[in-house]
Design a protein around this ligand. Structure first.
Ligand code: FES
Ligand code: FES
Length: 201
């Protein structure tokens, strides 16, 4: 047998690459890939990451993220919007509340990719230029906070509540804020703050 007629040897690595490609995209032998496609497969620009586009506080945002990234992690770690707090990180306390298309969500409890194409508003997005939003001012005026750690989430929950019920009853305020815990138990003043804010938004 001359050299040309010998079967070409295939390395274990290339064999496995071929198997992987077959499982994901059909039976394509390594040799059938064009040089350019092969190069892309070997060195993807952002391995394991996906492109996410969404609107945050009125700005168009694009980010390459791992699919497991939560919305809270995207906001804090990728966009440096650290006003959103991660407290329990289990969808139980409401500390991480933000608005998603106008509704309150626990940002620690949803994947950032699920917010693709949507509008997110964080506590930073409530500011009107350098001015505090009326809900933020009401929390200051009515002592709606003690340590303040739950406050961004409380204020975002209040914003969602007032979007739904611009003139809420005390009962509606209690119900609307019931998903947000406060370890300082500042509840009476939180309710007062939201009722007062309803007069000014
Ligand atoms: S930090 Fe998200 S619900 Fe507690
Ligand atoms: S003000 Fe301290 S946890 Fe609510």
């Amino acid at each position: 047998m001359n050299e040309d007629s010998k079967p070409k040897s295939i390395s274990r690595r290339r064999f496995l690459q071929g198997v992987g490609t077959g499982v994901i995209g059909g039976a394509v032998l390594p040799g059938a890939l064009s040089g350019e496609k092969k190069k892309k497969q070997e060195s993807p620009p952002h391995p394991g990451k996906e492109l996410l586009t969404l609107n945050v506080n009125g700005k168009h945002v694009r980010a390459m993220i791992e699919p497991r990234t939560t919305l809270a992690e995207l906001l804090r770690d990728h966009l440096e919007l650290t006003g959103t707090k991660i407290v329990c990180n289990h969808g139980e306390c409401g500390g991480c509340t933000v608005l998603l298309d106008g509704k309150a969500v626990y940002s620690c409890h949803m994947l950032a990719l699920d917010a693709a194409g949507k509008n997110v508003v964080t506590i930073e997005g409530l500011l009107i230029g350098e001015e505090l939003h009326p809900i933020q001012q009401a929390f200051i005026d009515h002592d709606g906070l003690q340590c303040g750690f739950c406050t961004p989430g409380q204020i975002m929950a209040a914003k969602a509540l007032l979007l739904k019920h611009p003139k809420p009853s005390p009962r509606q305020v209690k119900e609307g804020m019931s998903g947000n815990l406060c370890r300082c138990a500042a509840y009476p003043n939180i309710i007062k703050s939201v009722m007062a804010a309803a007069e000014n938004v």
